[in-house]
Design a protein around this ligand. Structure first.
Ligand SMILES: CC(C)[C@H](C(=O)O)[C@@H](O)C(=O)O
Ligand code: SF4
Length: 415
């Protein structure tokens, strides 16, 4: 029987290719944003004509420098809007719509699809079992023009998830655990397939966090094998009926089991994603700014967790909270989370990558310590190269904001 990866490649190419084979694949969706979109369109211009293979299969969102913090960003947006209009792209999300990857996940991605984005975190859509992969602007331009591109077929790697999440442990800790075990290059050349033994214990938002951080693990893609949670998500988020296929186990190049019950809240300490420690090891480190958001951890349950911890409290450090999309923001507002975060003293907005990449809305200063729920902590990622960046889950982030120093969230979640 095929693996999920082989099944997808079979559907796309009509044969079962072997790892290492070079194949041509037609994408079901292609996405780009403001920062890379400019280059994508420029390359298409150089190719002679700005055209796309199917305007229904293109998703564009302004998220990286949105709303534009400077003149250059504003110029880029004017340029992209002009092309979006002349190409007649219906799936365009201007300033305020949200982060591209979250938009693709909540509105478009389907199990078994192949999705390419001009951004390395397009693999977030692996949460619903899509083979999603980030590429450079030139490759995306070619895929947009031709409706196909080439891929080296990755080797399938099976990850089994057993047990259930202990208090204060989230999808982020699964990602950090894998990074701690396998390192930042650990899954190079692999397509990681995650089988959850008891689907209901692993919600879609947490799946998206793990899929998102497979970029940091070097994976070509990371996909959660579609199950009851996938079907329920597609039904509630989109009204789509989906029946997960029953798969016999295929042949995997390698395997690993995550026992959720053995995990505890983790961080990636400066300056690399695989410098993983338990929160207990770094507890007490003073923090200048906390960021709760990004395509890694800006979903509803992330915001809900932060609100649960910060309810009735005042933050003791700067705290910026950004739901990853307009939809997430609206729901968080209806459920009272935005009020709670605002009362606690967080700066709240929506629809932007914000401080995740040090572009605007909370750039780090020299020597500052930033604790962020996003996915990268290399030097200079959130601004000044002398800033120190810790990655953590939203519960750790909220507890840290409440104390002004890195804190274990578990005491806050006990009642
Ligand atoms: C700007 C973009 C190319 C980049 C990426 O592809 O990942 C960004 O989103 C990031 O997270 O560093
Ligand atoms: S939120 Fe951060 S990681 Fe995600 S796309 Fe934006 S800049 Fe990249």
């Amino acid at each position: 029987m095929p693996t999920w990866t082989e099944y997808i490649f079979y559907r796309k190419t009509g044969r079962y290719p072997s790892p290492g084979d070079v194949v041509e694949v037609a994408p079901d969706l292609v996405g780009f944003h403001d920062l890379t979109g400019y280059h994508v369109l420029e390359v298409l211009e150089h190719m002679g004509k700005v055209e796309v293979f199917d305007n229904e299969k293109v998703v564009v969102a302004f998220d990286h420098l949105s709303p534009p913090p400077n003149q250059r960003a504003a110029e880029i947006m004017v340029y992209i809007r002009r092309h979006v209009k002349s190409l007649g792209l219906p799936h365009f999300f201007d300033v305020g719509g949200g982060i591209l990857h979250q938009i693709i996940l909540e509105r478009y991605a389907m199990p078994g699809q192949v999705i390419f984005t001009a951004d390395s975190h397009g693999n977030t859509a692996g949460a619903v079992g899509a083979f999603a992969h980030g590429m450079g602007a030139t490759d995306i331009a070619a895929a947009l023009k031709l409706g196909k591109t080439w891929l080296v077929v990755p080797a399938p790697f099976r990850v089994d998830v057993r047990g259930e999440f202990p208090l204060g442990v989230m999808g982020k800790d699964v990602a950090l655990h894998l990074l701690g075990q396998f390192g930042a290059e650990g899954f190079n050349g692999y397509s990681v397939e995650v089988f959850v033994e008891r689907p209901k214990v692993f919600p879609m938002d947490d799946r998206a966090t793990v899929a998102n951080m497979s970029t940091e693990m070097g994976a070509d893609a990371l996909m959660f094998i579609p199950d009851a949670v996938t079907a329920e998500y597609l039904k509630t988020a989109r009204g789509v009926d989906y029946t997960p296929p029953s798969l016999e186990p295929g042949y995997y190049a390698d395997k690993y089991t995550v026992e959720l019950g053995r995990l505890e809240p983790l961080v990636a300490a400066p300056h690399s994603v695989d410098n993983v420690k338990t929160v207990r090891e770094v507890e007490g480190v003073e923090v200048d700014q906390v960021f709760i958001g990004s395509c890694t951890n800006g979903r509803l349950s992330d915001i809900a967790t932060a609100a649960r911890i910060l309810k009735g409290r005042r933050v003791k450090t700067r705290c910026i909270a950004i739901p990853a999309s307009y939809e997430v923001f609206k729901t968080a507002m209806k459920l009272g989370y935005i009020d709670v975060l605002t009362e606690a003293g967080c700066v709240v907005t929506y629809g932007t990558c914000g401080p995740c990449l040090g572009g605007h809305f909370g750039v780090a200063g020299p020597g500052e310590v930033h604790l962020t729920t996003s996915n990268r902590n290399f030097k200079g990622r959130v601004g000044h190269p002398e800033a120190k960046i810790y990655l953590a889950n939203p519960a750790v982030a909220a507890a840290t904001a409440a104390e002004g120093r890195i804190a274990d969230p578990r005491p806050y979640l006990k009642h």
